[in-house]
Design a protein around this ligand. Sequence first.
Ligand SMILES: [Zn+2]
Length: 112
Amino acid sequence: MTASHNWPPIDPADGWALILTELQRDLERIDPDLVMGQVKQKFGTLSVSAEASDPALADAVHGRIAAAEALSARICERCGQPGRIRQRPDGWYQALCNRHALEAASEMEGES
Ligand SMILES: [Zn+2]
């Protein structure tokens, strides 16, 4: 039984798959008994909650998660290319590259 059982499956097509894969690998090394919480997107960036099994490891765990969350703001969530946080017309925030920002904008038009 490893900590990976606590992780939601990582979609390899996800632009953040590499960020998540590296985060998971590092966290399992820092704290093999880490209790994973939710992995979600919040205001356009990755948001990961986890509880260290030992208070002495909490700083290292949260520092590593903060680094991944900061990195996600600069990586397109659709393709993994460099991007930035953009606000869509509906108010939703997404980290997107130029190409996918255009695509997202045209999808919005198609919905209305
Ligand atoms: Zn993209």
